[in-house]
Design a protein around this ligand. Structure first.
Ligand code: ZN
Length: 193
């Protein structure tokens, strides 16, 4: 192996979450750090505005198309990093919460705590718009209650991310709580955003 073991490729491009106009190209570079470990540098750059973001993740991180499942049972797990591509879906089945694929920029780069926080603010807004006698209120209050417990690591739940195109990833704090199930990419839907 020489010094030249860097290897870059453009994985795909997507619509910019910041200006909604530009195209973001994601450049993936494999980089060997001096102690022999390999890392991936992901560079996200918009061609229209100044949106630029770099992320360094372990090479072992699975960015393939598939379903990643993380069991969250303690506060430490909330620090697990998450990147959801616009083609990725995030679900917490125990709380019936879901982020469908789409350019929801607030769910792009975050950690588990950030996902809970964003769900909490969305559910709170929804709650405020309900009439006081709406039969749904009890159920919504229970979700909010569980979300608060979850943010303190006192509610066990599963965070599931499905990405049929690849690119999304979860970097667990505790690898033993993470599983990944690969799905085979179909060439037919490569162009769907
Ligand atoms: Zn932009």
């Amino acid at each position: 192996m020489s010094e030249e073991n860097r290897n870059s490729e453009i994985i795909y491009s997507l619509k910019c979450p910041s200006c909604q106009e530009g195209e973001i190209e994601i450049l993936r570079t494999i980089y060997e750090i001096p102690d022999g470990d390999k890392m991936i540098i992901l560079k996200f750059e918009c061609d229209k505005c100044n949106f630029l973001k770099n992320d360094v993740i372990p090479l072992a991180t699975n960015t393939e198309a598939g379903i990643g499942t993380l069991n969250v049972s303690e506060e430490e797990d909330l620090k697990s990093k998450i990147y959801r591509s616009p083609k990725g879906k995030i679900e917490i089945p125990e709380l019936e919460l879901i982020v469908e694929p789409g350019p929801r920029a607030d769910f792009y780069y975050t950690n588990v705590e950030g996902v809970l926080y964003r769900f909490e603010s969305a559910v709170s807004i929804y709650r405020r718009n309900l009439e006081e006698d709406d039969p749904e209120i009890n159920e919504i209050d229970e979700i909010l209650d569980n979300l608060k417990k979850a943010m303190e690591g006192k509610f066990n739940f599963t965070l599931k991310m499905t990405d049929t195109h690849g690119g999304s990833y979860i970097i667990p704090q505790d690898k033993s709580k993470y599983t990944f199930q690969k799905i085979t990419k179909s060439n037919n839907d490569k162009n769907i955003l």
